[in-house]
Design a protein around this ligand. Structure first.
Ligand code: ADP
Length: 422
């Protein structure tokens, strides 16, 4: 019935002939917008109740509209039976997914784009964009316990990649044990003959008895990043796999976590029986805001503005310490930490002690908790911070911009890079 239909959940995106699926969210309820969707030409409205003013022949009522999306996506994939690669973890999902996607190639691989990685976004992207490709790379996010198991209902992975398990969104997702158990659902819901690729981390390995499994990590695991250094504005990275030793000169991957995750990608390619295209890997550029490094007249400016967690801060600091002669960071608070916020920001202060200077943007009561002797400036004005940076930074320095999404620290980055004409 819905063959070739476009599915939307936001009435502003309705185009003639599409199927509008009404979803009740936390902030608003899609059912309020059903009329607007019909007026804009939607062929059908899928809703959880009868709706006045919607012609009967255009209304499909179901018990659960999210389940409707999930089951239609499942049916679509079942028909084409792709090799499914599931990816989850606290940090690095998007970059790992994009890299694997480029290495497998657009012609034979599908991936859910951007952050369409939830119980709504993932099925939507499959329904609208999956085109019978041989490989389906599915990034799965966990906002609350149970999400990963639900997403695996769409398709049980043949290859399940479990990146690190950290503290991101722990105010919403629950305590460490809940986050860990939630992410392990990827492995529990894998195909019977599937293979797991898991970070070599004792807290994960202790909980997985399943075979076959391969591990990856920095200086440990079956597939490992052995070492890395920065030469001539590029990264030289050394890897060891069960078959060979590899050296890559990466143009745009700098972050120690991302470099480690490349070993998971190498493992996936081996399992899929596909050679690694060195050229594609060496020229890969992460998505904007995910640790992109720019050389601005000798100053390394790091755009890591997309998001922040304790673990991604730890890795970012470790990386910039190695990258520049003096290392600075412009930071803001880490959100979605709920009752853990004080602990998180105290820890952030400890991590930032390793730097030469810390600048705070958008001071709020969360980041105020952060106690760091390296704090040299704080302001809610992006221009003031930019002026300050212009005064203190010299060639050879590195400056990191990082905070949670809603802090919008990219505004400071934008003004600063415009002013120094980078
Ligand atoms: P996600 O989709 O999981 O949010 P991204 O690929 O968007 O992940 O990367 C988010 C941030 O995490 C970036 O700052 C990136 O450099 C960092 N990162 C990537 N891998 C790791 C890792 N293994 N440990 C810590 N931080 C990492």
């Amino acid at each position: 019935m819905f063959e070739n239909s476009r599915f939307v959940v936001d009435s502003r995106q309705v185009t003639p002939g599409c199927v509008f699926v009404a979803i009740k969210g936390e902030k608003t309820d899609g059912h309020f917008y059903a009329n607007e969707a019909i007026n804009k030409g939607a062929a059908y409205v899928v809703a959880e109740k009868k709706l006045q003013h919607i012609p009967e022949e255009k209304l499909i009522t179901v018990n659960d509209t999210i389940e409707f999306l999930l089951s239609n996506a499942r049916e679509k994939l079942k028909k084409h039976n792709p090799v499914v690669i599931g990816i989850t973890g606290s940090n690095g999902k998007t970059t790992t997914k994009e890299l694997l996607y480029q290495l497998l190639g657009k012609d034979r691989a599908f991936r859910n784009p951007g952050n369409l990685n939830t119980e709504i976004g993932l099925p939507l992207s499959i329904l609208n964009e999956y085109n019978a490709e041989k490989f389906a790379i599915l990034e799965m996010a966990m906002n609350k316990f149970g999400d990963i198991a639900r997403l695996c209902q769409i398709a049980m992975p043949h290859v399940a990649i479990l990146l690190n398990v950290g503290t991101a969104h722990r105010g919403i997702a629950g305590n460490q044990e809940m986050i860990l158990r939630g992410k392990l659902q990827l492995i529990e819901n894998m195909q019977k003959n599937g293979t797991a690729i898991v970070l070599y981390d004792k807290k994960l390995l202790d909980r997985i008895s399943l075979k076959p499994m391969v591990t990856f990590g920095y200086k440990k695991g079956d597939y490992q990043l052995v070492d890395y250094c920065y030469i001539d504005f590029s990264t030289k990275a050394f890897y060891k796999t069960p078959r060979e030793q590899l050296i890559f000169n990466l143009k745009s991957i700098w972050n120690a976590g991302q470099l480690t995750n490349i070993s998971a990608v190498l493992a996936a390619l081996d399992i899929l029986g596909i050679d690694c295209n060195k050229n594609i890997l060496e020229n890969f550029t992460p998505v904007a805001g995910r640790f992109r490094v720019m050389n601005c007249n000798g100053i390394y400016v790091v755009d890591d503005t997309y998001n922040a967690s304790i673990e991604s801060f730890e890795t970012a600091v470790e990386t910039i310490k190695k990258l520049g002669k003096r290392s600075f960071a412009v930071v803001g608070s880490i959100k979605e930490q709920g009752k853990y916020s004080i602990e998180t920001h105290r820890k952030l202060g400890e991590i930032l002690e390793k730097l030469d200077g810390v600048v705070v943007y958008n001071v709020d009561n969360e980041i105020e908790i952060m106690n760091c002797s390296k704090k040299i400036f704080a302001s809610n004005s992006a221009t003031e911070i930019s002026d300050f940076l212009k005064r203190i930074l010299i060639p050879g320095d590195v400056v990191l911009f990082k905070a949670s999404r809603s802090v919008q620290i990219e505004k400071v980055l934008q003004i600063y890079t415009e002013e120094i004409r980078c």
